[in-house]
Design a protein around this ligand. Structure first.
Ligand SMILES: Cc1cc2nc3c(=O)[nH]c(=O)nc-3n(C[C@H](O)[C@H](O)[C@H](O)COP(=O)(O)OP(=O)(O)OC[C@H]3O[C@@H](n4cnc5c(N)ncnc54)[C@H](O)[C@@H]3O)c2cc1C
Length: 598
């Protein structure tokens, strides 16, 4: 029952109609990537995820990764073999620079692959995910020598990567970190300090681990300005790429967690001896800036975890709803038991999941395509517009999709009744696994602060205004169509609510930042849902055009019209209430002092 079938048809539809993959592939940057080739690759990878990776999900949850007495970490049964197969396929290299063995595909395709990998086994997916993040950082900021030495093995996955920001006193406030890096005089540094919560900081899947570590050099400026980024391999690497001595970095313990049990979350101690040997990436003091260049990609990758787990849980809930017999549905013969899928309230839960999954996939892929366009068309007005869309969409993708991911896995669990709450069906695991995504890679509260503090003020609010104007155009098109006119009305009303909430925040946030920060999370939900409405509107229009043209052999396009309309008529209207929440002001948040909150 707990299987995963990659939703390739849905993926392809949204790639073409919302992310405009054909347009992206027409840019010179992707001249060598053919649309049919993308389909072949995705279908091959989807098969691998369903057959090889998905079966690891359950065993990973049950066994978890374990730390041994010698400080090594053993991953659950089957992980090593599956990872070796993953390396052999070369899938990890697909979106990267061909100079280092990459496939030169758009990042959008990497995101689709990550989605399928995460749906298959989220705890397994985190190792390749962190490795891709580290590759991204090295590609942008590493020296030519570092790139030549490390990237080829990291692209294949033979060496994996980690990101080391968090320390006990430095979580959201990265600027509070105290790990030290002393220059030795030969170009290397000695790193000393403790990092916590490091995903795949130690494991048995690969022969080497490349840690990217944020640390402070002597006499560096306080706060984020004094932070530098270092490359610290688990095993030192010779000039010819051969592995040498073990570096001075130790896994002190593993965390016991609510979910993603197979993903080792490590406390890493650097420099219990003479200091771990590390090399500066970029310049001293540029650590945070360098980290930010890859932040958009990393945040999008976490956002898609909400989508991926919602998809996996939905597939299971749908199967359960067709098999579980309870009660007699309206219209069914008396005395018979109906599958619960025939009850209206269960239908509501299924349709809500179906629509949100489509909405999240639209947002995530549109965001990924904007990342690609901003790079492929850099220096042109279209490239600049894509950069703005990337900046605006990223906190929406991260926060909205991870919050909704928790809600949708909860709904899928609800469909299982009591069998969802017990571990036997595997449903509870999806819900537990989904809960981390709103927390890491910048909590959702930090994303909301980023939205109102940095993104909303872009061009004095005109970036948001442009986005809303584009959504209103979609609403007008929907309104001109009999089957989608109700959706069009709701989208227009919701865009109006977003405009008024935005205006209120711009007017009140400058004078009193707590007005903007206090309303930031409901505002993010409002704006994110409206943006999803606009994207689903485009999908619905394209799908309806295909139905009208008779180009819908499988009935997929007709189903997308209904899913989009359901979102527009039954999910989107809730944002009107959020306008009132945002514009009520934040006065009561601080009306009680801490003692009165008891
Ligand atoms: C399973 C797991 C894996 C992880 N993997 C990694 C990894 O690989 N590498 C790594 O470096 N880190 C990793 N982390 C750490 C993760 O990124 C942090 O937990 C996260 O950034 C939050 O920091 P914190 O836990 O210290 O919470 P805090 O920063 O203490 O936040 C607590 C609460 O306060 C809120 N808050 C804090 N500051 C503000 C503010 N200024 N404005 C508004 N609200 C605020 C937060 O939103 C949150 O709700 C991982 C964590 C977990 C649990």
């Amino acid at each position: 029952m707990d299987t995963y079938v990659p939703p390739l048809a849905d993926i392809e539809l949204i790639l073409d109609n919302v992310a405009d993959l054909p347009g992206l592939l027409a840019t010179p940057a992707f001249a060598d990537v053919d649309r049919d080739l993308v389909s072949q690759v995705l279908s091959e990878i989807g098969r691998f995820m369903g057959e090889v990776v998905a079966p690891l999900n359950r065993v990973g949850d049950e066994q978890g990764s374990l730390r041994n007495d010698d400080a090594s970490v053993t991953t659950p049964e089957g992980f090593k073999e599956a990872y070796a197969q993953y390396v052999a396929t070369g899938f990890g290299a697909i979106p990267f620079d061909p100079t280092y063995g990459g496939g030169g595909f758009p990042w959008t395709i990497a995101i689709v692959i990550q989605e399928m990998l995460t749906s298959a086994a989220m705890a397994f997916s985190l190792c390749p995910l962190l490795t891709q993040g580290a590759i991204d950082a090295l590609q942008h900021h590493g020296s030519a020598e570092q790139k030549e030495l490390y990237l080829p093995k990291m692209l294949t996955g033979e060496w994996t990567g980690t990101m080391n920001l968090t320390e006990p006193q430095a979580g959201s406030d990265v600027g509070a970190l105290t790990t030290k890096a002393e220059p030795v005089g030969d170009g290397s540094y000695r790193i000393k300090g403790q990092k916590i919560f490091i995903t795949y900081g130690e494991h048995d899947l690969a022969e080497n681990i490349v840690h990217l570590v944020l640390a402070r050099t002597p006499d560096s400026a306080p706060g984020t300005r004094g932070i530098s980024m270092f490359l610290v391999p688990k095993y030192l690497v010779g000039p010819d790429g051969s592995l040498g001595d073990r570096n001075d970095v130790t896994c002190v313990s593993l965390e016991h967690k609510l979910g993603i049990h197979a993903s080792p979350t490590c406390v890493l101690s650097y420099g219990e001896g003479d200091g771990a040997i590390g090399w500066l990436i970029g310049d001293e003091g540029d650590g945070m800036r360098n980290m930010f260049t890859m932040m958009n990609n990393a945040r999008l990758s976490v956002g898609l975890q909400g989508l991926a787990l919602a998809e996996r849980a939905y597939q299971q809930a749908l199967t359960y709803a067709t098999e579980r017999l309870q009660g007699t549905a309206i219209g069914a013969p008396r005395g018979t038991s109906s599958p619960i899928i025939d009850h209206a309230d269960v239908r509501r839960m299924l349709m809500t999941q179906r629509s949100w999954i489509d909405a999240m996939r639209c947002l995530i892929y549109a965001n990924a395509a904007a990342i690609d366009r901003s790079a492929a068309l850099a220096g042109t007005p279209e490239g600049e517009r894509a950069r703005e869309v990337t900046d605006l969409y990223t906190p929406l993708s991260k926060s909205l999709c991870t919050d909704v991911g928790v809600e949708m896995t909860s709904l899928a669990l609800q469909i299982h009744g009591g069998m969802g709450y017990v571990e036997e069906t595997g449903m509870a695991q999806h819900f537990r696994d989904a809960r981390i995504a709103p927390i890491y890679e910048g909590t959702n509260g930090i994303q909301a602060a980023d939205l109102v503090g940095r993104k909303l003020p872009m061009r004095n609010g005109e970036v948001v205004a442009d986005e809303l104007a584009a959504i209103e155009e979609v609403a007008t098109e929907l309104g001109a169509n009999d089957q989608l006119a109700g959706f069009g009305d709701q989208l227009l009303a919701a865009a109006g609510a977003a405009r008024r909430a935005t205006k209120w925040l711009l007017a009140n946030g400058a004078a009193d930042p707590n007005q903007a920060l206090g309303a930031s999370s409901p505002y993010l939900r409002l704006l994110g849902t409206v943006v999803c409405g606009g994207l689903l509107g485009r999908l619905g229009l394209a799908a309806l055009a295909a139905v009208v043209a008779g180009d819908d052999p499988e009935g997929l396009q007709a189903a997308k019209v209904v899913s989009a309309r359901f979102f527009g008529e039954q999910i989107l209207p809730a944002v009107l209430g959020l306008e009132a929440v945002v514009t009520a002001g934040s006065g009561d948040l601080f009306a009680l002092d801490a003692d009165q909150l008891r």
